[in-house]
Design a protein around this ligand. Sequence first.
Ligand SMILES: [Zn+2]
Length: 476
Amino acid sequence: MLRVYNTLSEKKEDFIPLQEGKVGLYACGMTVYDKPHIGHARKEVAIDLIVSYLRYSGYQVTYVRNFTDVDDNIIRRANDRGVSCDELTAENIAAFYRAVDALGLTRPDVEPKATEHMAEIITIVEKLIEKGHAYAAADGSVYFAVESFTGYGKLSNRKLDELLAGTRFEPEAGKRNPLDFALWKSAKPGEPSWASPWGKGRPGWHIECSAMSSKYLGDSFDIHAGGRDLIFPHHENEIAQSEAASGKPFVKYWVHNGFLTVEGEKMSKSLGNFITVDDALDQYHPEVLRLFMLSTHYRTPIDFSYAGLADAERRVSYFYETMKLVAKIAGDAAPKKSERSEAFIAEFRESMEDDFNSPKVLAALIAFCKFLNEAAVSKKTRPAADEAAGYLAAIGEVGKVFGILQALPAERIAAIQDIQLKRAKLTRGEIDALIAERNAHRKEKNFAAADEVRGKLDALGILIKDTPDGTEWSFK
Ligand SMILES: [Zn+2]
């Protein structure tokens, strides 16, 4: 039985979807005023893992992820750069797709944009006014009246009076209560605006998710996902808007991924430690970044560092080296299940059923690879071809859910080496030449000269291994 941690109850719960066999999942997407950073990558990898495991488990999942393509940051950035909001958002949406495609993430089934759902947004705001949960101010802005919704604060565990005590300011002009939030903002000069019953304006941020989730998943759905930083006020406000409008419970399971820091510090442009996905992928293969993210449980804070990526790279290489070794034994035999491969799959499922525990799965995968490497050394323990093919199939099955280990081992090992060479400012030709030089000395039995060349390779961080197929090399 799958158990999922629900932020609403603050505990793991049995996962029972509203409709048997089907799951509706909405994830708050990116506000596209800038290129995606590694915090976005963390969140997308986490949600992809969840969607992918639900599908693996047989659920028919409808995955919706929006783009927030109108907001203060977008308007400010577009004005600063002297481009239109449309140009800016189109550019950043393209950058987002490049990043998630490089990481091999599955595209959602629906990807609604706020600017393309004005009619739905206006309809829900009208409904909230009609039901007495919202009011229009004199300037044409519309606010949600938090006091009108009794459950306000239930997700973030906050009480209205405590929240009020924490506000030091008088309500903004037009607001009845300082905690009331904008559903619709009246147009200001130089801003994009849309016609509405309250005059020209644009939606507040929170309302788009209520409008778009109900359009594609209904008033009540199974999972709402997003980063922890969205719990308050964004998700709290989504609950208030949606439940006040529909009179029905909004979401059954609230799933939030943990924060990301960079070497122990909050990532920010002012600290100079802002890392875009492009920056990380310039240094490491996307599969390495993906494995790095999966090495921490999705709810646990993750601390990003290039040293951490280097560790993940060693692990990805180890997995592919193991696959290469086992593939050699397997040849083209048909896979046969064995006790060991079945046990590995069972361990995978058990870990995933426990709130998608990916680090536990990776630990099991490392142990499985260790067993395979040890078994492959001696003729006595080496698996039969069909059994070896079965082991490879088991790695492939788990890897598919994780979005890793789907490439041909030799090709991926070479691709990772190419990136390592780039980082070390070396070429494959230089290394091949040194290896050829060493082997020539060895042939002449000039072992001192051969060792000297080996020392040169060692200083470059290159490890060499003599095999029956010739000398292989890898970075240390
Ligand atoms: Zn949202």
